[in-house]
Design a protein around this ligand. Structure first.
Ligand code: NAP
Length: 259
């Protein structure tokens, strides 16, 4: 399917690895020029070089922490009013409800709620003025069904979801859509880190921790970054203009809900 977005320009945050990289690759495959970002310059440049080589699109890189105001200013300057914005950042650490203090919540809110909101606030006006724009926020299945060990993530991402629900309806009249993608477990460094935690906690091997988690997913496997990126690229396509303010689970059926 021709996604109809060849030649558009996208800012894809936190995209040297994992789900962000999957989104960057799928957009590049559709002919979209990219600004990619991550903190680590080496992996970022390697990913950008690979994408340039495979898809022939322009790729600029900005090595910075996108959860800081300085980092946000840097990516926004490089992307300069993009047509497409994909927000993403690392997830908050796991723990127990009684572990977390105000500072922990402020850090989680900054990274997973206030950063995407700041980026949207900066990018939406030009999209509205042009009469076309796409925003996809990478959130989590924990928005629909809480993951007890990820209370910081549950809290911050649900706040973002509420913001998107209202804002998406305010920018839709100008041809701008905002939607959220809700990953379940995908085969990325983040999933490996979570499996490592379970392995230590339960004194089992990392493979056993993974097999245990896979058994809870109806698809009986982890998702891939390519599958996730394809869903993102579709939401950014010309065909998705009537999809507004939605929360799309990409979780192999793990969230046991009718709607
Ligand atoms: P990942 O494989 O660990 O990749 C994270 C990417 O983001 C890397 O490129 C990393 O590069 C970059 N990054 C992290 N923090 C950043 C920051 N502050 N500023 C700029 N770049 C940053 O993680 P992932 O699995 O793709 O997860 C992406 C998001 O989806 C996370 O918020 C995660 O919690 C959420 N999620 C993932 C899953 C899953 O199964 N994978 C499920 C539900 C939700 P640097 O480290 O070099 O900055």
């Amino acid at each position: 399917m021709d996604l109809g977005i060849s030649g558009k320009r996208a800012l894809v945050c936190a995209s040297s690895k994992g789900l962000g990289l999957g989104c960057a690759e799928a957009l590049a495959a559709a002919g979209v020029h990219l600004v990619m970002n991550a903190r680590g310059a080496e992996a970022l440049e390697a990913a950008a070089q690979d994408i340039r080589g495979r898809y022939g699109v322009e790729v600029a890189t900005v090595a910075c922490d996108v959860t800081t105001p300085e980092g946000q200013a840097q990516v926004l300057e490089a992307a300069s009013e993009p047509d497409i914005l994909v927000t993403n950042a690392g997830g908050p650490p796991p723990g127990l409800w009684s572990d977390w203090d105000r500072e922990d919540f402020i850090a989680a809110l900054d990274a997973n709620m206030l950063t995407p909101i700041a980026l949207m606030k900066a990018c939406l006006p030009a999209m509205q003025a042009r009469g076309w724009g796409r925003v996809v926020n990478i959130t989590s299945q924990s928005v629909k069904a809480p993951i007890p060990a990820l209370g910081l993530s549950n809290a911050a991402r649900t706040g973002l979801t509420g913001y998107v629900a209202g804002t998406s309806r305010q920018v839709a009249p100008q041809g701008v859509t905002i939607n959220n993608l809700l990953p379940g477990i995908h085969d990325t460094d983040r999933a490996a880190a979570l499996d490592g935690g379970v392995s230590r906690q339960q004194n089992i091997s990392v493979d056993a921790a993974r097999a245990q988690r896979e058994a809870t997913i109806p698809a009986r496997r982890y998702g891939t970054r390519e599958e996730f990126g394809a869903a993102c690229a579709f939401l950014c396509s010309v065909h998705a203009g009537f999809i507004v303010g939605q929360n799309l689970l990409v979780d192999g059926g793990a969230t046991n809900a009718t709607i």
